[in-house]
Write a protein of this length. Structure first.
Length: 83
């Protein structure tokens, strides 16, 4: 793509600023456009499905609420290195 074509395309870009935790797009939403990351990082996640049996087993376990939530929702802890 030539420099001219890039500059012409930039006319249609609308910069937005997203703070940590902002959901930009959810499954089933109608896309409003294409997103380009100029600075920072992003995370793509998918909701997990839990069957009743697994939830019943987890509720019987002796765990702190945070660990139980992570187990039920399939959440993995990740250290934030952006600070």
């Amino acid at each position: 793509m030539s420099q001219y074509q890039i500059e012409r395309m930039l006319i249609f870009f609308k910069p937005i600023e997203c703070n940590r935790g902002k959901v930009v797009y959810k499954i089933g939403d109608k896309p409003e456009g294409v997103y380009f990351i100029q600075e920072g990082s992003f995370e793509v996640t998918m909701p997990s499905k839990i069957n009743d049996k697994a939830e019943q087993q987890a509720s019987k376990m002796v765990l702190d609420p945070g660990t139980k939530f992570k187990l039920l929702k399939g959440v993995s802890a990740q250290q934030d290195r952006s600070l």
